[in-house]
Design a protein around this ligand. Sequence first.
Ligand code: GAR
Length: 217
Amino acid sequence: MLNAENVKNIAVFVSGGGTNLQALIDAQERGEIRNGRIVFVLASNEKAYAIQRAEKAGIEHQVVSRKAYASSGEYDAAILAALENRHIDLIVLAGFLSILGPTVIEKYRNRIINIHPSLIPLFCGDGFYGKKVHAAVLASGMKVTGATAHFVNEITDGGAIILQKAVPIEQGDNEDILQYRVMRQAEWEILPKAVSLFCEDRIRIVGNRTEIIGTSF
Ligand code: GAR
């Protein structure tokens, strides 16, 4: 039985267009983020179009610019300050292209979910972000790619996998076409699902793997 008092507060971190944020907002409006609500959006750069999406949806937002801080330690401290008193249960990295430091990761251990545009452990880790991922996938000659929703730990893209979905690569694809197909067919579907599963306490972490509790999702 879901209890209104247990509804989890979600902060979404963004850096760019914010289509994954939009997918989360749309899923929330359809009632598909069960037991969670997006209460805060944090942007790492003031030009991120994602900020307009938060504004339009009436979600509180703040820019904590990576450029404004000399070290990742100072940036971590600024992020923690922005989250203070907001009672955040889950951080979602939805196209957040700055690397979080150990203080934030430790404080929100097993409570940070990232969406990555490939089938981890392929095409991930330092330097693999955005279209660079799709360029590397196309150069590899693989016929299938996809997206991964996973927990964040100290290893870039190395935390436990929650959900994955495969997407075909078609002849004639370029980075833009492939990026859009991966977003539409995989990211916008599995990220809201993973967030809802977390908010419903249906993800069990077993070492660096996860198990989903229950069958319907
Ligand atoms: C998405 O494709 C997301 O998977 C990727 O950046 C894009 C952001 O788009 N994230 C990474 O590459 C993280 N390593 P969006 O701002 O429209 O959601």
